[in-house]
Design a protein. Structure first.
Length: 66
């Protein structure tokens, strides 16, 4: 249920806003991976969640460009 609401929010945004959100999500993924490598990350499933969000953002961008 949470992902369908997130997808609707993404579809409402412009391509420029989606690109900004994509950059922010990639930075967050980098930070999570870094924290995981240094054993400071407690919840490793957050990496998977961010990766899925990146894929959702990229899908929304490609659907708007077509």
């Amino acid at each position: 249920m949470k992902s369908s609401k997130y997808n609707k929010d993404l579809q409402a945004k412009s391509v420029a806003e989606l690109n900004e959100e994509l950059v922010a999500a990639k930075k967050e993924l980098f930070n999570l991976r870094f924290r995981n490598a240094t054993n400071q990350l407690d919840n490793t499933s957050s990496i998977t969640d961010v990766r899925k969000n990146i894929a959702r953002i990229q899908t929304a961008i490609s659907s708007k460009q077509n």
